[in-house]
Design a protein around this ligand. Structure first.
Ligand code: SF4
Ligand code: SF4
Length: 438
């Protein structure tokens, strides 16, 4: 009886008019793949924490189905449970039926953004985030101001409609590294054996410019020319996850133009990305722009070029280094392991570079960073952070390594163990400076 239940695919009842919308047609195909087995619930961080079916992937799938099928505006209950989703994509790794939850929840978020009027304080907070974080100059200025206002964080958090701003102040670092201008071309050392474009990112160069420095040094040292195009900008992931589709597509088009110009001028082997959250989105540009006849093909080309830095380095066959006597806890960002399915490569590179690597327990669970989640859902985010830090500290590492700036910022506020980007350790092992804090 149970087997029969599991083998029954979700029935949908969309009208032909509804299915004429390609977004609805795609979501219908995704929904019909779900066999309601519930395997995904066990690995969903919000279900593990809250125990509510509506905060599980299966529950959210039902809510989305009901909202889209009835062609109705999003209601408060649906928005609450979709907002609590981290988009960590752990459910996609677990699902035996291949349900494409990522594109389903993306569609749901766009529908929510178009049809639901959030309370005034939420609208203001979201608009401030969308107008600040994706732009390095504005983000830097905002962090400077936040640093001055930081003593007020506790007070703001006690006022319900100012709470989000109090959380933002809490997350702002006490000091910022200076802004560094970058030349457009970083020449290969010795004989050139490759050429890549590097996404420098929006938040990352403001919070931790050392990551791009290490990447450029390591790549050029291995004979790879690195191009940093002036025209590139934020990948669009932050606003994409807020359902602000037009803003996300605008960012995607801008980057597609920038990188294809570099590719067509002098050739590119890859677009290298050092933040896995951005990598997941850029690898999805082809899908995001599939309905744009002017960009569909170009975006698919860029997605095919996109590589996480560890994917690119794995192909360079870096030489094995002597043991360094340093234990690294490797935190696999959700966007790395679930979004891009990159699991062993970063650890193999670290081991080859002479580090001892440990895997923390519950490695599949999100640290609670998830783009802007730690600002918009601070309570759940804090619980996930505490759980993640407990598991990491249990491995007794000298240092934590990960491949996503969001996770670095999140985990750093919960532990005294130094945390760095994987590429900073690799750069050190292959001749670069020792990362600060180790
Ligand atoms: S999303 Fe996948 S794992 Fe979850 S209930 Fe549906 S078929 Fe099962
Ligand atoms: S993306 Fe993550 S939080 Fe959202 S439903 Fe899937 S497992 Fe749960």
């Amino acid at each position: 009886m149970q087997r029969q239940y599991w083998s029954t695919r979700l029935q949908t009842n969309f009208s032909p008019e509804q299915l004429a919308d390609p977004h609805v047609a795609e979501s219908e195909q995704i929904l019909r793949k779900c066999v309601h087995c519930g395997f995904c619930t066990a690995t969903c961080p919000t279900y593990v924490l809250l125990g509510d079916e509506l905060d599980s992937p299966r529950g959210r799938i039902y809510l989305i189905k009901d909202m889209l099928e009835n062609g109705r505006a999003a209601d408060r209950e649906t928005v609450t449970h979709i907002d609590r989703c981290l988009s960590c994509l752990s459910c996609m790794t677990t699902c035996p039926s291949g349900v494409d939850y990522m594109h389903l929840v993306d569609h749901a978020r766009i529908h929510i953004e178009k049809t639901y009027r959030r309370p005034f304080k939420d609208r203001v907070a979201r608009s401030v985030i969308a107008a600040t974080l994706p732009y390095p100059k504005r983000f830097r200025a905002a962090l400077r101001a936040a640093g001055l206002a930081r003593p007020m964080a506790g007070l703001l958090k006690r006022v319900p409609w100012l709470k989000t701003f109090g959380v933002m102040l809490d997350l702002a670092p006490a000091a910022l590294p200076p802004a560094a201008a970058r030349p457009e071309i970083h020449s290969a050392k010795g004989a050139r054996r490759g050429r890549v474009a590097l996404l420098t990112g929006c938040a990352q160069p403001v919070l931790r410019p050392e990551i791009n420095d290490a990447t450029i040094r390591l790549l050029t040292g291995q004979g790879i020319e690195v191009v940093v195009t002036e025209e590139e900008g934020c990948c669009g992931a932050l606003v994409h996850h807020m359902g602000r589709e037009e803003q996300a597509l605008k960012a995607a088009r801008r980057n597609v133009d920038a990188w294809l110009k570099a590719a067509d001028e002098s050739g590119l082997d890859a677009v290298v990305i050092t933040a896995s959250g951005c990598g997941t989105t850029i690898k999805d540009y082809g899908h995001m722009l599939r309905l744009d006849s002017a960009y569909a093909e170009k975006a698919a080309r860029v997605s095919a070029l996109a590589k996480d830095i560890t994917e690119y380095l794995a192909d360079l066959d870096l030489p094995e280094q002597a043991a360094r006597g340093l234990t690294v806890a490797y935190h696999s960002a959700c966007s790395m392991q679930h979004g891009q399915k990159i699991t062993t490569m970063p650890k193999e590179l670290l081991k080859r570079a002479g580090f001892t690597v440990r895997d923390p327990a519950e490695g599949h669970l999100c640290c609670g960073s998830a783009g802007t989640y730690n600002i918009l859902q601070p309570e759940i985010s804090a619980k996930l952070k505490a759980r993640k830090v407990r598991n990491i500290e249990a491995t007794r590492p000298n240092v934590i390594a990960t491949g996503n700036i969001g996770c670095i910022t999140q985990i750093a506020t919960g532990t005294t163990i130094p945390i760095v980007h994987t590429v900073e350790l690799l750069d050190w092992a292959y001749g670069g400076p020792k990362p600060a804090g180790i």
